[in-house]
Design a protein around this ligand. Structure first.
Ligand SMILES: NC(=O)CC[C@H](N)C(=O)O
Length: 429
């Protein structure tokens, strides 16, 4: 069989959609999808969401890709590619999350700065019991920073590592996280679009490889009520026109060595804290993770090398100077989440918001911060609707679609608890 092409995009729900296409499409090429996919919910309900054009005949949109982006995949005989969505007038589709990230990158580049991004992704491994019910993967010897077979008896992560190498993903590390059977995957810093394309494909690959071992690897924020949550921490910095790290003020990092750019980014992230949650903690389940004292970005605060604040300033300086935003969870669309964080940071730089003092509390027993995110998806969606500057920067149409779909999600999940709530999401994210 000649190689075929699997062409995909990551949608408004962070679900991968695509088609298998013949060998002739392994070129600069395109394929068409129904635009009303942007009105489809996790439970397959088709809704008249803004921009989805469900009541206007469910027309086409077009996914376009370039040959150079086509790569080998983890399935033999199948190449894989991510593309950009266009409308029927051949204009970039405003709902396209990858397009939103491209706009965010272009907005920074217009300031002479190229965003560099490093993403940390957490997830839980589940497996079916004798009755077919999902239960935590049996790894009782798993510990935080666990490696080897006690953390992962089936060794499915070894297969993920080997395949990632073969596919050319630049892995920074794989380890077991705090709440066994939880794992963390980190890819190295790269240009924002490349970093996010890679994490999107890596996440899909990891889920599909794990499934071969009978593991449902889920990136939903809190699949096990008694365990911790799964975040998607977004580390970022900027390369200036000389190739230097623009967040660096010298060889040392940390709060004492921040420059105006770092301060501006922080101020923007704080100013848009509540609005961001609706976009980057995007499910009903996200608010079981996003709680005080959970190392997860609930509080409107920032600090130095402190895991219990929302934006952490690395103590590494020079080329490694960076900010780490810890609010997004692993279920969010990585394009939308990185676009939102970069845009909030940019608004801070451009609008001169004031930066409140650094958090001095430990985040467990004491916190200076008095404001947090909303406590549930309904509140976060309202906060997002109110933050028109953030919506405008990320893309008004994309945010309008998101707000509509998420308000519906509030209603759909209102009466779901425990396994029923988990199962609304678990096979998709
Ligand atoms: N290692 C950590 O920093 C834990 C992060 C935490 N699991 C989160 O939800 O973000």
């Amino acid at each position: 069989m000649k190689d075929r092409l699997r062409a995909m995009f990551c949608d408004h729900l962070s679900v991968m959609r695509g088609k298998y296409l013949p060998n002739s499409k392994i070129a600069d090429s395109s394929t068409r999808f129904c635009r009303s996919t942007f009105g489809v919910h996790y439970d397959r309900d088709l809704l008249d969401a803004p921009g989805a054009m469900m009541k206007q005949g469910l027309p086409d949109m077009e996914l376009k890709w370039v040959h150079d982006d086509i790569r080998d995949s983890w399935h033999t005989g199948t190449k894989v590619v991510l593309g950009d969505l266009y409308d029927d007038q051949d204009q970039p589709l405003p709902l396209c999350p990858r397009g939103a990230l491209k706009r965010a990158v272009a907005d920074w580049q217009a300031r002479g700065l190229n965003p560099k991004v490093g993403i940390e992704l957490e997830c839980f491994a589940l497996q079916a019991d004798d009755n077919g019910r999902l239960v935590p993967y049996d790894a009782p010897g798993g510990v935080v920073y666990g490696t080897g077979p006690f953390a992962d008896p089936l060794r499915f992560n070894d297969r993920i590592w080997a395949m990632a190498e073969e596919m050319g993903f630049s892995l920074d590390m794989i380890t077991a996280e705090f709440d066994s059977p939880q794992f963390e995957y980190t890819l190295t810093f790269d240009d924002a679009l490349k970093a996010v394309d890679d994490i999107v494909l890596f996440r899909l690959m990891a889920r599909e490889i794990a499934l071969e071992y009978g593991i449902v690897l889920t990136f939903m924020p809190k699949p096990i009520a008694e365990a911790g949550g799964s975040g998607m921490h977004i580390n970022f910095s900027f390369q200036d026109e000389t190739g230097a790290n623009a967040l660096s003020s010298g060889p040392r990092g940390g709060p004492e060595h921040m420059n105006d750019l770092a301060r501006g980014c922080l101020a923007g992230l704080l100013h848009h804290h509540k609005g961001l949650a609706g976009l980057i903690a995007p499910t009903a389940n996200s608010y079981m993770r996003l709680q005080p004292g959970s190392l997860s970005g609930y509080w409107q605060n920032w600090g130095g090398d402190h895991r219990n604040v929302t934006t952490r300033i690395s103590s590494e300086g020079g080329a490694k100077a960076r900010l780490e935003h810890r609010m997004a969870d692993a279920s969010s669309n990585p394009y939308t989440a990185v676009a939102a964080v970069l845009q909030a940071a940019r608004l801070g730089v451009e609008n001169g918001h004031t930066l409140p003092p650094m958090e001095t509390g430990d985040g467990f027993d004491s916190t200076d911060a008095r404001e947090g995110t909303a406590i549930d998806l309904a509140g976060a969606v309202r906060d997002l609707e109110r933050d028109t500057a953030l919506a405008q920067a990320v893309g008004a149409e994309l945010v309008a679609n998101h707000v509509f779909m998420k308000a519906k999600e509030v209603r759909k999940t209102r009466d779901l608890e425990g396994d029923a709530l988990r199962d609304f999401y678990v096979y998709f994210i």
